[in-house]
Design a protein around this ligand. Structure first.
Ligand code: NAP
Length: 346
């Protein structure tokens, strides 16, 4: 059976500055909805796709990230773009999947995906939760927050935690896990509305709008009079520098991402004398490093969800054609919580 597939591609590499609508194209192509006898292909109707900042590094002609791990490889101009998401199997030659199975894993920024190798795709049991939770809080954003906070930062109760991009997908969960664990938590975000959300709805002890602060180093000094023990870094740049200058002895910095540096050539320059004399650990990590914590992460987070201890922040826009603007919006702070594009009705 034949249908058509509308999907997003990049027309040019995005080597400098922020992504713009003109970098993207919505293409339409004929698409087979059946699999040939003997093939291992899985045809998936995409339902929800994840919109993630790391994709910009795949859209450059070169980024060191492209050689680090399979899912970060460069995107070829005009080709489909793979991305995390949830879908329903239309046809399968792969014995792991059957027609109508719900699946989560690497699908594409399009209406349909043809998955050649089912290794990055899993059957999904929604466990009574909305499917979008499996893109965000119960997907890679959640695992990133959980693995990064508990395994990289190794918190103890009462420690002082700072989170940047705190109203974003990963950041809001780090802050909530840290509060539930018994830490003092301060977050920063790029608007008044986000700051209010952090303090009034997510239980952060303090929050500030980094765009309005004149001297970020003094802001952190005021909010952490006894210093920062843990900095969960989502942004890099200036914020990393000022956080390090306010850290305590044996402080830990989990470098989850450095979104401010993805579109700007300015690099973070923490004072390395602080790092040496305060014996600060600065450690990058990838969520996939913590697959061995996946079962713990799921049981803890599902429990928090069922007992309403954790709040879910989702920001969903409809239609494959809205993927470019959803993605561009990440770099302007348009999203509140997990950015997802709904491709089709469940
Ligand atoms: P997100 O926080 O939901 O969205 C990005 C947010 O970053 C925006 O809403 C914006 O919020 C903020 N931002 C954008 N440009 C900025 C700039 N120049 N300076 C400061 N803040 C800026 O995205 P996410 O998916 O949770 O990802 C957060 C970070 O984690 C990213 O760096 C991402 O690459 C990284 N990440 C890493 C892993 C891993 O495995 N290591 C996995 C997932 C994500 P404001 O309104 O606050 O500016």
């Amino acid at each position: 059976m034949e249908s058509t597939n509308r999907y997003i591609t990049i027309k040019t590499h995005i080597n400098h500055g922020e992504p713009k609508e003109s970098h993207f194209e919505l293409k339409t192509a004929a698409f087979g909805l059946s699999v040939e006898l003997g093939s291992n292909d899985v045809i998936v109707k995409n339902l929800y796709v994840s919109i993630d900042p790391y994709q910009i590094n795949r859209m450059k002609s070169y980024s060191p990230s492209q050689k680090a791990i399979n899912f970060a490889v460069g995107i070829a101009l005009g080709e489909v773009i793979d991305a995390y998401g949830v879908g329903r199997v239309v046809a399968s030659g792969n014995p792991k999947f059957e027609k109508d199975d719900l699946v989560a894993g690497l699908i594409t920024w399009g209406e349909y995906s043809k998955i050649k190798d089912g290794n990055m795709l899993n059957k999904l049991d929604p466990m009574g939760f909305p499917l979008t939770y499996h893109v965000g809080i119960l997907g890679f954003s959640g695992l990133t927050a959980y693995g990064g906070f508990f395994k990289v930062c190794k918190p103890t109760k009462g420690e002082k935690v700072f989170v940047s991009a705190a109203a974003g997908s990963v950041g809001n969960l780090v802050g909530q896990y840290a509060k539930l664990f018994g830490c003092y938590v301060v977050g920063c975000a790029g608007s008044k509305k986000k700051v209010e959300l952090l303090k009034e709805q997510l239980g952060f002890d303090e929050a500030f709008n980094y765009k309005e602060e004149k001297d970020l180093k003094s802001t952190l000094k005021r909010l952490f009079p006894d210093g920062i023990d843990i900095y969960f870094d989502n942004v890099g740049g200036e914020m990393l520098k000022v956080a390090v200058s306010n850290m305590n002895t044996f402080g830990r910095v989990a470098v989850c991402g450095i979104i401010s540096e993805y579109t700007d050539e300015k690099r973070a320059a923490p004072d390395m004398i602080d790092v040496v004399y305060k014996r600060i650990t600065i450690r990058g990590f990838l969520a996939t490093d913590y697959m061995n914590a996946h079962a713990d992460f799921m049981s803890t987070t599902c429990d928090y969800l069922r007992t309403a201890k954790i709040k879910v922040l989702e920001d969903i826009t409809p239609g494959v054609e809205s993927i470019p603007s959803a993605f561009i919006g990440l770099f302007h702070g348009d999203n509140v919580g997990k950015k997802i594009v709904k491709i089709a009705n469940e």
